[in-house]
Ligand binder design. Sequence first.
Ligand SMILES: Cc1cc2nc3c(=O)[nH]c(=O)nc-3n(C[C@H](O)[C@H](O)[C@H](O)COP(=O)(O)OP(=O)(O)OC[C@H]3O[C@@H](n4cnc5c(N)ncnc54)[C@H](O)[C@@H]3O)c2cc1C
Ligand code: FES
Length: 370
Amino acid sequence: MDFLIVARTVISLALVSGALAVIVSVADKVLNNYGECKLDINDGQKQLTVEGGSSLLSTLAGQKIFIPSACGGKATCGLCKVQVLSGTGAGQVLPTEEPYLTEKEKADSYRLSCQIKVKSDMRLRIPEELFNIREFICELVEIEDMTYDIKRLRLKLPKGDEINFKAGQFVQLYTKPYGKVKEEVFRAYSISSKASEKDHLELLIRLVPDGICTTWVHTALKEGEQVRVSGPYGDFFLRGDCEELIMVAGGSGLAPIRSLVYDVIEKGLPHKMRFFFGANTVKDLYYLEEFTRIEKDHPQFSFIPCVAKPEPEANWQGESGFVTVALENQVDTGEAKEAYLCGSPGMLNACIKILKSKGFKDNTIFYDEF
Ligand SMILES: Cc1cc2nc3c(=O)[nH]c(=O)nc-3n(C[C@H](O)[C@H](O)[C@H](O)COP(=O)(O)OP(=O)(O)OC[C@H]3O[C@@H](n4cnc5c(N)ncnc54)[C@H](O)[C@@H]3O)c2cc1C
Ligand code: FES
């Protein structure tokens, strides 16, 4: 009897809250029918008429203006900043935006474009170089297992088209609905292929358990399919104002480093390079042969794979322990060096601490946090 009452109450509450959600969403659409809104970008450089009601990020993407975004609009990357000079619809800075905006940025009217809706005419300022970011419908010509949880995707651009990117930059990959996932999402992936190869893109994608995009890539995506990407984005690229580059990556963080290493070699740049690659077990290592070959052919490059917990049966002969230990022991000073790091926040923070203790300055350490 009690059970029936509880069940009835739960069902009633669920129905009421479901109905309320529908009413709120319909009310938002009907009552707040924002209609057509005009977007003026960079004092008339671009003038757009758009349908109000969506986020500024997606509205601009609909107009082929791609604002960098690594988190897919979840307010966790802070990359999608634009200046909103006027437009009452944008409202006050939201709590979700606060962590990503400095006082100066707030004073200069920066907002996270994924967090604000287009509800009225707006005047915007957007860096001009972002107008070069394009969308490409590619063909997935290869998908290959590099380890048990990392796949390499090779994407072919449409015939005659090319992408001009700097080694180290990333693209956004758009999923298609699959299984229970009904909506498209997009996520950032660094380009692992050579910047000189402009008609193809390669990505290295590690499966994140229950991750929307990586589960799509690892379980649903098949060779021959059309795949949508936009780019290039990001400021993780070579500065090279030094003699030696210290590169550190963990897992799929190897992707932009691979592109950077080839770039230095292909351009005949004189920099020495030391690449510390951290893996948990020997099973997590990949591209071992390729980097060993590059090391043999190019004395300016050294490859230091580090395995934290090598399996006894693997008979691992290289560095054992965390990549941070090798970094601590093998890098003496930050003088005439730049550091390029890519991987999880934990690994990056530990590496940055070590590098700073060796004399690296903030402006000689560059990183992309995955
Ligand atoms: C500039 C940039 C470049 C990147 N390049 C690469 C790349 O080359 N290769 C690559 O594999 N990834 C890369 N990433 C990470 C990538 O953008 C996605 O965040 C990641 O693939 C997870 O996406 P998802 O949709 O599968 O997971 P989501 O659906 O977004 O997340 C599902 C759950 O997993 C958690 N989660 C999300 N990401 C991780 C993670 N990395 N580890 C553990 N838990 C996580 C979330 O908190 C969430 O609870 C890059 C990120 C950035 C910012
Ligand atoms: S897209 Fe990541 S914070 Fe807006």
